[in-house]
Design a protein around this ligand. Structure first.
Ligand code: FE2
Length: 253
């Protein structure tokens, strides 16, 4: 790696499940304590991230919590790009999480990289689904800039992760997603949240990643939800101009 190859630095936070009332619990986990610990850790990163991705379940079924969330995200420093999950309210989110450093853009390009942020939420259901417009956004981005390396972000896992109860909510049309991705050799990775745990797999040359929640953690490979006593966490990315993607998870005790 040449010394001059400065990467694009990204942090992904996910599954905040913030409630209106500070100190609320989710499966016994204090969601504010977890989120605040993660945000403090992200603030201390050196070098600082260029941008932050917040990939859904930003609130826990309480739309009024977006206002509190916005205040917390504004303190991070870099711009924060937000996607909804199955516990979000896309309309309320669009109203509350806009302006300042909190962004709703779905497409970003920087240097040799592009990021496509897909909304996999499906109204009234915990299941993931990519509407025709979402697949069109992706297809257009990849067709327009085939020269760029690509990172795709969404809330739901696009393919099963081996945890039976979570795999009932996998993106229902994940194969339509992969049919697009696999036509483009510069798609490097797909990253999601939703499973409240760390995951790394592959689909051909494409890395499939999931990122721990800032709130409660769930054990992998279980038939029913089981709380894992791992601490909250987040994922970092370094995207290099030659297409190299380095990534890792930080657990914040
Ligand atoms: Fe979640």
């Amino acid at each position: 790696m040449p010394a001059t190859a400065t990467p694009l630095r990204i942090v992904q936070i996910t599954d905040l499940h913030l409630k209106t009332e500070p100190g609320s619990l989710l499966w016994g986990a204090d969601v504010d304590a977890g989120l605040n610990a993660v945000l403090a850790h992200v603030r201390r990163r050196n070098p600082a991230p260029d941008l932050v991705l917040a990939t859904g379940d930003l609130v826990g079924d309480e739309p009024l919590a977006y206002h509190r969330l916005r205040g917390l995200l504004e303190t991070l420093g870099p711009p924060v790009y937000c996607l909804p999950g199955n516990h979000d309210f896309p309309a309320a989110m669009a109203q509350a999480l806009r302006g300042g450093r909190v962004r709703r853009e779905r497409y970003l390009a920087s240097g040799n990289w592009q990021l496509v942020l897909l909304d996999s939420s499906f109204p009234g259901s915990p299941v993931g689904h990519l509407a025709r417009g979402e697949l069109g956004l992706l297809d257009t981005a990849l067709a327009t800039r085939p020269d760029l390396h690509t990172l795709v972000c969404l809330h739901h896992n696009p393919s099963p992760v081996g945890t039976a109860w979570l795999d009932t909510m996998t993106v229902t049309n994940g194969e339509a997603l992969f049919a697009i991705l696999e036509r483009h050799p510069r798609v490097r990775a797909v990253t999601c949240g939703h499973i409240h745990g760390e995951y790394a797999g592959r689909r051909g040359a494409i890395q499939l990643l999931a990122t721990p929640a800032t709130s409660v953690q769930f054990k992998p490979n279980t038939p029913d939800p089981q709380v894992d006593n791992l601490p909250p966490g987040y994922r970092w990315f370094e995207l290099y101009p030659d297409g190299t993607l380095q990534t890792g998870v930080e657990r914040v005790g």
